[in-house]
Design a protein around this ligand. Structure first.
Ligand code: UDX
Length: 440
């Protein structure tokens, strides 16, 4: 089986590489010559743990190739995956499908023989049908069917999420295209991975429903964390106490500064727009978006509160800039909201992130970027932890106490235990917990 993967971003490169690991012959295509040059030179343009060696081993095996020549890759493919970006459209939040339709038109001109054109990018309900129309309008003779095969990859664990998915969702119009996709995923099938085979629109909606539900779950626990702070309850115990209920599940119940990333913010917004277009608003998701946006601002206020109500002329050490650990991605990261607010209130910012420094340099003004956590903390008035990188989980607190001008720590990811921090002599602020209660 031969496939072409159009787009070599977080989704396309991981998916193409993992398919080649399954034994499929994959050609990944990208318009961006620099990206393809990097890949051909053995360089991985994105940070994803485990991806670089997997790319190089499959390139060496001859199953994985990279090119800017879409025509050639598509002409030889049994299935073509559209894995291009679908950013939020400026101004109105609808998904911008420009790249999807451009890819569809180019694919139409290159199809030779029966081909399944699969949308893997996250696209609003109904896009698959429009892709079909674009292909027909561009090339009446194209022998093809369209399909939807949404991905559920998390940055930082994308390879594992592809290789050991909870399920594979396939949306098709006919058995022929469904069978080709089932064949592609057969290695997983052998692992008894459930395959949800359904219509196009349903497959597209499943993706939005999944991300919106996860964003809702996170926002739910974040609101309860605020309530816990008022009551003097412990959000970790609340999360554990409800998460042990099989109907709720214990995942995605970590309270924090609000969700970010390239998916939850844009997918929840796109879903709200789609629902409004169909006069069937998803008001819970609308509220989740509003709460999450306000939460990031409230976190800046929490930090200011921890500095006795003013950060004017104070130096704050920020550890973690990416939207989550094990990624270099800052898209919609809470840091992008929090840091400018602190700066506007007169704070000097020193910052460090294990992988996000390059993107951070292009995302912030007036921030002093440091080479590591302790350099960042030196002579600062307070330490703020924004991202729960493993390398921040066992910091030398005795050393930090000496480095800080004031023993103030704001831990927005609850990495540390309040009692321990108090015992170490810090004024420790975290999410949904108070030092009154000993963590069990
Ligand atoms: C998400 C979905 O999980 C994935 O299935 C989809 O394909 C793409 O979007 P991703 O955005 O990479 O993946 O990261 P994820 O691990 O889901 O975290 C998203 C955001 O939620 C991050 O900002 C993270 O910090 C936050 N989060 C996650 C919490 O605040 N609490 C949690 O318990 C989990």
């Amino acid at each position: 089986m031969k496939i072409a993967m159009i787009g070599t971003g977080y989704v396309g490169l991981v998916s193409g590489t993992c398919f080649s690991e399954f034994g499929v012959n994959v050609t990944c295509v990208d318009k961006d010559k620099a990206t393809i040059k990097k890949l051909l030179g053995g360089e991985c343009p994105i940070f994803e743990p485990g991806l670089a060696p997997l790319v190089s081993s499959n390139v060496s095996s001859g199953r994985l190739a990279f090119t800017t020549d879409l025509k050639k890759a598509v002409s030889q493919a049994d299935a073509v995956f559209i894995a291009v970006g679908t950013p939020s459209r400026r101004g109105d939040g609808h998904a911008d499908l420009t790249y999807v339709y451009e890819a569809a038109a180019e694919i139409a001109e290159a199809i030779e023989g029966y081909t399944v054109v699969v949308t893997k990018s996250t696209v609003p309900v109904g896009t698959g049908r429009k892709v079909k129309q674009v292909i027909i309008n561009t090339n009446h003779d194209a022998d093809f069917d369209v399909a939807s095969n949404p991905e559920f990859l998390r940055e930082g664990s994308a390879i594992n999420d592809f290789m050991r998915p909870d399920r594979v969702v396939i949306g098709t119009d006919c058995p022929r295209s469904e069978n080709i996709l089932r064949e592609l995923y057969r290695p997983l099938y052998l692992r008894e991975t459930p395959i949800v085979a359904t219509e196009l629109e349903t497959a597209e909606l499943i993706k939005y429903a999944a991300n919106s539900f996860l964003a809702t779950k996170i926002t739910f626990i974040n609101e309860f964390a605020d309530l816990c702070e008022k009551i003097g309850a412990n959000i970790h115990d609340v999360a554990r106490g409800i998460g042990l209920d099989g109907r709720i599940g214990n995942k995605f119940l970590h309270a924090g500064p609000g969700y970010g990333g390239s998916c939850f913010p844009k997918d929840t917004l796109a879903l709200v727009k789609t629902a409004q277009d169909f006069s069937s608003p998803v008001r819970i998701v609308e509220t989740v978006i509003e709460i999450n946006t306000k939460r990031k601002i409230a976190m800046a206020e929490k930090i200011i509160g921890a500095c006795n109500g003013s950060v004017e002329g104070k130096t704050l050490a920020i550890l973690g800039l990416t939207f989550k650990p094990n990624t270099d991605d800052l898209r919609d990261s809470p840091s992008l909201t929090i840091i400018p607010i602190l700066q506007a209130k007169g704070a000097e910012i020193r910052a460090y992130d294990p992988e996000g420094m390059e993107e951070a340099a292009a995302s912030f003004d007036g921030v002093t970027f440091c080479a590591g956590p302790y350099e960042t903390i030196e002579n600062s008035d307070a330490l703020v932890i924004l991202t729960e990188w493993n390398s921040f989980r066992a910091l030398d607190m005795k050393r930090i106490k000496k480095l800080l001008k004031n023993p103030t720590i704001v831990d927005l990811r609850n990495i540390y235990v309040p009692q321990d921090m108090e015992n170490a002599g810090f004024v420790y602020h975290s999410i949904g917990r108070s030092s009154a209660r000993k963590e069990r």
